[in-house]
Design a protein around this ligand. Structure first.
Ligand SMILES: Nc1ncnc2c1ncn2[C@@H]1O[C@H](COP(=O)(O)OP(=O)(O)OP(=O)(O)O)[C@@H](O)[C@H]1O
Length: 504
């Protein structure tokens, strides 16, 4: 790239962006390194000229009569190249941080959620309330927005934005800011304060602590979800205009296939605020209360944005309207949900994504379905997924050498992740049962009763140095005890719905 000229710079940044979006981070970083070098050279040369003319980039004021036109030009050129340098550094932070996050190297991806140039994410639609430091979002370590956690960004730049807005910590420190740090604080005095506190304490999760590597299979769904939910939250700068984030994403499929785990993994990886909403918690017997809860929930999510609202079993609050069995209260909740989903901000920095899950997608109200723009089928695990599920579920138990995961995957066709998890629990109990049976038999043979049995079992437990290993036969017996919970008819129904309404 030695031959690149200054005019190439915007092109370089654009190409870097595209490479990063396509997953080629090395290329993106390399292009940005070139752009950064180029901008740095320009700043250095402008600084030299400005120094000769004894001007700097501060306080541009063309009304200053003491300055000649050339002085002003030098000053303007310096300021504008400093801005370019700062913007390129920002891009580098985003790409490097994204790479670090996706490669699992950077638990706290501080630089990723930096606001756009000169923007302040603390400002909220309702008048700029504060977002709590150290509470629910990544990068709130007070180290500043631009590479505070490094996240793979080279920090060899002595001139890297020493005057840039990124040096200002994005998150206000509690000790220096008078702004409220929680939504409840911000709403002090509201007649709905009790409801607000209840929602904040029961639905707002700081970190659900589920990682993608704990999820077996579902690679396709993971990729789609990452693009639809994770990336817009960790690099909002890229997801604007036509690339605006999806407002709603639906995960549908048979029970126990990992929909909730996926939603939690997304929130854990983003380290953004996660509202875990069981539909039943949004229904109140008090008139008007349910709609109010929905409205508060969304307002709170916007306050803490970027955030994800996960609505499990969404069919129970968003089933088709107008049916004879539809309750008046439920109709109002649905209308409020629709209104709120339409009001989800288009501003990239205030991303609120609704993630909904259901086992009964065909029951969903049409209007709600339309607003859940991405509809992702989470099917039963395939053979490779089942093998991984067995491996994952038995990580903490000793296994006999004869355990054959491929064979277990073959024998468990039609089982969901939750079924396999049950099979593994059942199988792992078997060697313990054998020990108990042997001990109690011996005690009884010696004429002992329950007291002696308990004493003997206690002794065995206390002297145990390792857990008894589980054998292949244990899994096979468990498989015959635990039946799959999903029937073929249900599966074909999901497939038909996917063919009709699925949207990846
Ligand atoms: N793909 C998977 N990887 C790892 N564990 C899984 C997977 N799918 C299911 N499980 C296991 O099944 C349990 C239930 O999964 P989860 O709650 O995510 O399913 P779900 O699809 O949300 O179910 P439901 O539709 O009934 O709410 C998990 O706690 C986990 O033990």
């Amino acid at each position: 790239m030695a031959d690149a000229v200054v005019e190439d710079l915007p092109e370089l940044v654009q190409r870097a962006r595209e490479s990063a979006l396509l997953g080629d981070y090395s290329r993106g970083e390399q292009l940005l390194d070139d752009a950064h070098r180029m901008a740095k050279a320009q700043v250095a040369s402008c600084k030299k000229i400005a120094a000769q003319r004894r001007v700097d980039s501060d306080g541009l004021d063309d009304g200053d009569d003491d300055l000649s036109a050339k002085d002003r030009e030098a000053r303007r050129a310096l300021a504008s190249w400093e801005n370019v340098l700062s913007a390129v550094a920002q891009e580098r932070s985003v790409v490097a941080g994204l790479r670090a996050t996706l490669e699992g190297k950077c638990a706290k991806a501080t630089p990723l959620i930096t606001p756009g140039f000169g923007q302040d994410r603390r400002k909220h639609a309702r008048g700029g309330r504060g977002i709590p430091k150290d509470e629910c979002s990544p990068g709130r370590g007070g180290s500043g927005g631009n590479g505070g956690g490094n996240g793979g960004v080279h920090d060899d730049d002595d001139d890297q934005n020493s005057n840039s807005p990124h040096d200002t910590p994005i998150w206000p420190s509690k000790s220096t800011s008078n702004e409220p740090t929680t939504y409840a604080e911000a709403m002090e005095g509201s007649p709905d304060l009790e409801l607000i506190k209840q929602i904040e304490s029961t639905m707002l999760t700081r970190n659900p602590n589920v990682r993608f590597d704990e999820i077996a299979g579902l690679q396709g769904a993971q990729r789609v979800l990452q693009e639809a939910v994770l990336y817009p939250q960790i690099m909002p700068q890229y997801y604007k205009g036509i690339r605006r984030p999806w407002k709603g994403v639906l995960l549908f499929g048979p029970p126990g296939t990992g929909k909730t785990m996926l939603a939690k993994a997304i929130a854990s990886e983003c380290e953004t605020c996660f509202f875990n909403v069981a539909s039943s918690s949004l229904t109140s017997k008090w008139r008007g209360e349910s709609e109010k809860m929905v409205s508060i929930l969304f307002d709170m999510a916007r306050f803490y944005a970027p955030s994800t609202i996960f609505i499990d079993e969404v069919d129970s609050i968003a089933s088709a309207r107008g049916s004879s069995t539809e309750h008046e209260a439920s109709r109002r909740v649905k209308s409020e949900l629709l209104t709120q989903m339409d009001g989800v901000s288009d501003e990239a920095e205030k991303t609120v994504i609704v993630l909904a899950a259901t086992n009964l997608p065909w029951d969903l109200d049409d209007a709600i379905r339309r607003r859940l723009e991405k509809r992702i089928y989470i099917p039963l695990p395939d053979a490779a997924g089942r093998r991984d599920l067995f491996k994952l579920a038995t990580r903490s138990v000793e296994l006999e050498d004869n355990v054959d995961f491929d064979e277990l995957a073959r024998l468990s066709e039609g089982y969901s992740g939750a079924d396999i998890s049950n099979v593994c629990t059942e199988a792992s109990m078997m060697p313990v049962r054998r020990i108990v049976e042997r001990a109690t038999r011996d005690v009884r043979a010696a004429g002992g009763g329950l007291r002696q049995e308990i004493k003997k079992l206690k002794e065995i437990g206390e002297s145990a140095t390792s857990s008894p290993p589980v054998a292949q036969a244990d899994f096979e017996v468990a498989l015959s005890n635990v039946q799959s919970s999903v029937g073929d008819r249900d599966l074909s129904k999901y497939q038909t719905w996917m063919d009709t309404y699925g949207a990846l």
